[in-house]
Design a protein around this ligand. Structure first.
Ligand code: 5GP
Length: 112
């Protein structure tokens, strides 16, 4: 099981914001901004580079879910960033596809 599957199974605690059949959304344990939330498809695709054509609907829903959560956390108008780390050079730590939703402060660009 991946770390995030263990959170879904309640084997590891997390500050969960929302859960439905396809996604779980919770606060990052090491937040890099006032709002730092992880949007995680329950189906454990290891990384974005492993996604397939048949994952197109899920990937679209992932962005819409990020939009919905940004609205609900009050950062839709001030602005936010979504990040998907895929693989070693991106520093991906957890091999289970997830989207970082960051906001609540001005975010520098380019990222490191
Ligand atoms: P990645 O580097 O794989 O894109 O992002 C993994 C994220 O998961 C990191 O931002 C890290 O802080 C977060 N994380 C790692 N372990 C846990 C945990 O046990 N609980 C929560 N809520 N977040 C975690």
């Amino acid at each position: 099981m991946t770390l995030f599957e263990k959170i879904v199974a309640r084997q590891i605690p997390a500050n969960i914001i929302q859960e439905d059949d396809d996604f779980i959304v919770f606060h990052d344990i090491n937040p890099q901004a006032p709002v730092h939330v992880l949007v995680v498809p329950k189906r454990p695709i290891p990384r974005l580079s492993h996604a397939k054509e048949e994952d197109a609907k899920l990937l679209g829903q992932l962005l819409l879910k990020a939009r919905e959560i940004a609205k609900s956390l009050g950062i839709a108008d001030s602005g936010f960033r979504v990040v998907i780390n895929s693989g070693p050079d991106a520093g991906q730590q957890v091999p289970h596809l997830h989207l970082h939703l960051l906001g609540g402060r001005p975010l520098a660009w380019p990222p490191g």
